[in-house]
Design a binder for this molecule. Structure first.
Ligand code: BDE
Length: 148
């Protein structure tokens, strides 16, 4: 697959769909080493209706969900077996450590997610993730995923 990966590619890798697919593009991918993904946040996002009516802010937990989806793409493409065994390939996020929400994410923001593996076995991956907006860290976390 040629970079950048866009919607048509991403839906072949992740099972998520609207309104719960939070990755627009993958711009960098070093198999087993690094992934960079983008989410463009628009005022049309359904969650802004309620979070909050007078002050639209992307829920921090959804920033982390988007980060996990980008990490899922790295893990899936780095473990080809998880792609070939199409029947019941899945990635479960089993832990999120050291989460920090540092800046609010607003409509119009572009979030750039960067994840790098900290430890990886064949089935358990721990990744360090950053969510950047305007070159500042909006959120960070360590994600633990189980592949099967
Ligand atoms: C700051 C750092 C990380 N995550 C969120 C923030 C933040 O500024 N949240 N702000 C929420 C907020 C909610 C409502 Br209601 C409101 O009227 C305002 Br003034 C807020 O700043």
């Amino acid at each position: 697959m040629d970079l950048p990966l866009t919607y048509k590619d991403i839906i072949k890798i992740l099972p998520h769909r609207h309104p719960f697919l939070f990755v627009d593009m993958i711009t960098e991918l070093e198999v087993g080493k690094k992934v960079v993904g983008i989410k463009n946040v628009t005022i049309n996002e359904y969650f802004f209706t309620g979070h909050f009516p007078e002050k639209p802010i992307m829920p921090g937990v959804l920033v982390i969900e988007a980060m996990a989806q980008v990490g899922g793409i790295l893990a899936r493409l780095s473990e080809p077996e998880s792609m070939t065994n199409k029947k019941d390939n899945a990635i479960y996020f089993v832990a999120i450590d050291k989460v920090r929400f540092r800046k609010p994410v607003f409509p119009g923001d572009q979030i750039i997610f960067e994840l790098t593996p900290m430890r990886k076995g064949s089935r358990i991956w721990k990744m360090k993730g950053k969510a950047m907006v305007n070159k500042e860290i909006a959120a960070e976390a360590e994600l633990v995923a189980a592949l099967r």
